[in-house]
Design a protein around this ligand. Structure first.
Ligand SMILES: [Zn+2]
Length: 191
């Protein structure tokens, strides 16, 4: 039977493209902006992106073979909103996935710093990441009543701040061609 194995050849599905804005910065750090190879190639053919780096891996159509792009940059700058959406994920990212009362990174939930029963709203300036034990201990009390002051009072972050925080959580997969565009300041610190 004609089954051909080429174990050294990675699947195209394991070749995502890092997506940069027109200023060569990632569209987002966390989650890192990556596209699968189909989306990346489509954008290349529509002339919406420039290819900055390629994988060795090729894909073939009946008439042609192309290298899969590993780093692409949008040709048109996408303006980033100044303030991020108020979502659970963004709130954890603001608080760096740590309890704002004890610093724990386990068993995280959300705390209304001023309890809802006392008029506290569900918004950037009143919700803090809190571990389940701290949340339970604080209960329906204010920080003064519970004698539990948050390490930092909640606030609305800018997208820039969330990007900065996201740099602390690099993804598992980083192709070598991505290094020029990512985390160079942390690399410098390590050196
Ligand atoms: Zn805690």
């Amino acid at each position: 039977m004609g089954v051909h194995f080429t174990p050294h050849l990675p699947s195209p599905d394991s070749c995502p493209a890092l997506v940069l804005n027109a200023d060569f910065r990632p569209l987002s750090y966390y989650p890192l902006s990556v596209w699968n190879w189909q989306t990346a190639l489509k954008a290349v053919f529509l002339d919406r992106v420039s290819i900055l780096s390629e994988y060795d891996r090729q894909v073939h159509s009946p008439s042609t073979a192309v290298n899969l792009p590993s780093v692409i940059a949008l040709k048109k700058y996408v303006r980033q909103p100044r303030f991020p959406a108020f979502t659970r994920f963004n709130l954890f990212l603001r608080d760096r996935f740590s309890c704002q009362y004890c610093g724990s990174t386990h068993d995280l939930t959300f705390d209304h710093v001023i309890p809802r029963s006392q008029g506290g709203r569900t918004c950037w300036s009143n919700i803090a990441a809190a571990c389940a034990p701290c949340n339970l201990r604080k209960g329906g009390r204010t920080p003064d009543e519970a004698d539990m002051q948050p390490l930092r009072w909640p606030y609305r972050p800018t997208n820039h701040e969330l990007h900065q925080n996201g740099r602390q959580f690099p993804p598992n997969y980083l192709h070598e061609s991505w290094r020029d565009f990512l985390y160079w300041d942390t690399e410098l610190e390590k050196g």
